[in-house]
Design a protein around this ligand. Structure first.
Ligand code: NI
Length: 225
């Protein structure tokens, strides 16, 4: 499931983040990758060693944690600190699948990457190219969203970032270990949750709505790990 999450950050929050990100020197993105990714990856990354990193990263994590769509779709158990990248001057990231296990640099914990999220920090008009292309069983999906919006997709998906031929594409990206490992089960729970919300808005807490809510929680109990 590919899910567009609108307005994770307000335009003001994006502008404040962008100003702080621009006040620092960025590093070659290939530095943080394995040997195979180095050949595919041509971008810059905000240095995670910078004293400013933790605060900026946390602002993205907190914005996602308070967004009901992210919580319902990702069912986050462990969220890795969001990082920041920038593509410009033809920079791109060729087709790849993200590493399955990653270390949280703050807690030291190993996290299984179930869900990938990109939060766009540049407006689409600011750059040419730079589409995130995600492949799933239904084919290729092209994603280029407004600044402050996010896309969520299974970390098992093959994906790439097309070359940025004009301007710069700045984004935050992160991985989440979900309570529910299986993407299909997460999708079912998300759809059930969204329909329960709509039914509750129409019918209030009717007996049927309470029944479906019980089913939701019992499925989650069954599938979470
Ligand atoms: Ni990736």
């Amino acid at each position: 499931m590919l899910l567009h999450i609108p307005q994770v950050l307000s335009k003001q929050e994006v502008a404040a983040l962008r100003a702080e990100l621009a006040a620092h020197d960025w590093v070659d993105g290939a530095r943080s990758s394995g040997a195979q990714a180095v050949a595919l990856k041509d971008n810059r990354q905000f240095p995670v060693e910078s004293p400013a990193f933790a605060g900026l990263s946390q602002r993205i994590a907190e914005a996602l944690a308070r967004h009901p769509l992210f919580v319902s779709a990702a069912l986050p158990r462990q969220v890795l600190p969001p990082m920041f990248n920038c593509y410009s001057g033809g920079g791109r990231y060729g087709n790849h699948v993200d590493n399955a296990l990653q270390r949280d640099r703050f807690s030291g914990l190993q996290v299984r990457t179930d869900v990938s999220t990109t939060v766009f920090l540049s407006e689409p008009e600011e750059y040419e190219g730079g589409e995130l292309i995600v492949e799933d069983t239904y084919g290729e999906h092209e994603v280029k969203l407004a600044a402050g919006d996010a896309i969520l997709y299974p970390a098992t998906s093959l994906h790439r970032v097309e070359p940025v031929t004009r301007g710069a594409r700045i984004a935050a990206f992160l991985w989440t270990q979900s309570w529910v490992r299986d993407a299909w089960q997460r999708k079912l729970l998300f759809e059930l949750d969204m329909n329960i919300l709509k039914l509750r808005a129409q019918l209030g807490d009717s007996e049927e709505v309470l029944g479906l809510t019980s089913t939701y929680h019992n499925l989650l109990r069954q599938w979470s790990e």
